[in-house]
Design a protein. Structure first.
Ligand code: TRP
Ligand code: ZN
Length: 501
């Protein structure tokens, strides 16, 4: 389900304030990294000069007063000599910064937290920067008018990060090109649950009733798909068992293991996979439990279907977070565990599941490559319908070609690989017209080669990053006898409505 169909597209003004930074304060080429990575749509996102391998976030949150405090321990490798470097952090008060255990100078400039360690870091050196911070995390309004960052909910909060929101709740290198593993521990008041990505390693209740949930996400993750959901949740932990972890065609079955909200202290978490099993952690707002039950029961089936089509599931756990539709306006493919705004429909479940391969495992190199995520996730909905005996993908394509503008007014407004501005990266050309590009590839190469290409692409860049150029080169290399010139020129990069194929 595309976000574009749910949003009023008119709010075009970029409301996110990207303050200019003067990082090279002395004007000298002072080895101070860079305040952005030059993303064509979000130039200040991310920072130059280092590469993060791990985030260790130790946080505490109190919904009353919206108070978040904690420490971010960021492990990174300098890719050049660094006398100073930036992290992205919007709002919050920074209390202290250390680099390799030594106090470091820091200052704020818009979304940049500029850190100057006592000693210059050398190219190739791995270092740990720790930031102690607190405050009321903010909600960020996207360039298309939707809300992300830290969202307060009826009973807690929810962190959403596409494309810019993660800088609202932890300092980091907030660009999709720098993926890392995460440990996120969140302490919340009695009766609340804190859910994040990956596996729940421990759940410990202190004497005062506050509980700390420690989550571990081992596989590389882009910060825009990192999440924390805090509130009252009904948690179920089915295990998807597969006859062989690596076998994409393995039979999936569910062993339901339901428990009440706020489970008693178990000490050890649920994370440990029973032999060959994939742990699944599903957290549903109590008001959404009844309406969600039927669709969420089909998650194992959808995952098995996705493995058959896209190859082995790329992560060590799965699940879902369902909040109230009043609290969130769109679904997001947060890693391992997508967020849904109320009980999901089956199409949305398929869409967010497909994103685990396309977006989360194979992540765009920059925000211009966004269509690589949404085209595949949308095409997954078409394939699901086809496999379930609904419209074939060919019928969906033809219907869109002939009447697409009835539903998607802006369908031909710009080509999938060239959104006009940052305000348009979630519009229908990226989703529906992007899916039409994928379908054109399929009809050109035939089904066997098509599924080989899809699975090969997911495997080639598993846990990595890829660009549109990488994709077109990959397709050409896999089908050397076909000519894709017109598909790329007219459908992917070309302005206006292409000729009927
Ligand atoms: N990626 C989400 C989905 O389709 C939608 C979305 C949320 C989005 N936030 C965004 C798309 C920001 C582009 C930009 O499931
Ligand atoms: Zn999507």
């Amino acid at each position: 389900m595309s976000r574009s169909v749910r949003l009023v597209p008119a709010v075009a003004a970029a409301t996110l304030v990207l303050a200019l930074t003067a990082c090279d304060d002395e004007g000298a080429p002072d080895a101070s990294g860079a305040p952005g990575l030059g993303d064509p749509y979000f130039p200040k996102a991310g920072n130059g000069g280092y590469d993060v391998s791990h985030y260790g976030l130790t946080l505490a949150y109190t919904p009353e007063g919206n108070r978040l405090s904690g420490t971010a321990a960021v492990t990174a490798r300098a890719t050049e000599d660094l006398a100073a470097f930036d992290l992205d952090l919007a709002g919050m008060e920074v209390e202290a910064v250390t680099v390799e255990g030594g106090a470091a100078e820091f200052r704020r400039d818009g979304q940049e937290l500029i850190v100057r360690p006592r000693d210059t870091l050398s190219e190739g050196e791995t270092f740990e920067v720790r930031v102690r911070y607190s405050g009321s995390p903010r909600t960020i309004t996207d360039s298309d008018g939707s809300k992300e960052g830290w969202l307060r909910t009826e009973d807690g909060a929810l962190a959403l990060g596409e494309p810019n929101g993660s800088m609202a709740w932890f300092p980091g290198n907030h660009h999709p090109s720098d993926k890392a593993s995460y440990d996120v521990a969140v302490t919340v008041p009695k009766g609340l649950t804190a859910v994040s990505n990956g596996e729940l390693r421990s759940e410990r209740r202190a004497d005062d009733g506050r509980t700390t949930f420690a989550w571990h996400a081992a596989e590389p993750m882009a910060s825009y798909v990192a999440t924390v959901a805090i509130g009252r949740y009904t948690v179920t932990r089915p295990t998807v068992t597969r006859t062989s972890d690596a076998d994409a065609d393995a039979e999936a079955q569910v062993e339901a293991d339901t428990e009440a909200d706020a489970a008693p202290d178990t000490g050890a978490g649920s994370g440990s996979a029973a032999e060959g099993g994939l742990p699944v952690y599903v957290a549903v707002d109590p008001s959404q439990v009844a309406a969600s039950r039927k669709v969420l029961a089909r998650l194992p089936e959808v995952m098995e279907w996705a493995e058959t089509n896209f190859g082995p599931y790329p992560f060590s756990s799965a699940g879902a977070i369902v909040d109230r539709p009043e609290d969130v306006e769109y679904a997001l493919e947060t890693q391992n565990r997508p967020v849904y705004p109320g009980a999901p429909d089956l199409e949305t479940l398929v869409h967010e599941t497909a994103h685990q391969w396309f977006g989360d495992s194979v992540t765009p190199k920059n925000w211009q490559d966004m269509w690589l995520n949404e085209s595949f996730a949308t095409y997954a909905e078409w394939l699901w319908a086809e496999d379930e005996g609904g419209a074939t993908a060919e019928e969906t394509f033809t219907e869109l070609y002939d009447h697409g503008e009835d539903e998607y007014e802006d369908l031909w407004a710009f080509p999938p690989a060239k959104p006009t501005t940052a305000a348009h990266i979630s519009d229908s050309p990226v989703y529906q017209r992007g899916a039409m590009v994928i379908h054109r590839i399929r009809t050109t190469v035939g089904d066997d080669a098509f599924y080989d290409i899809v699975q090969g692409w997911a495997a080639a860049h598993r846990h990595g990053n890829a660009s549109t150029g990488d994709f077109t080169a990959y397709v050409e290399q896999q089908a050397p006898d076909e000519d894709f010139t017109d598909i790329w020129a007219d459908w992917l990069y070309g302005e206006g409505k292409p000729e009927r194929p």
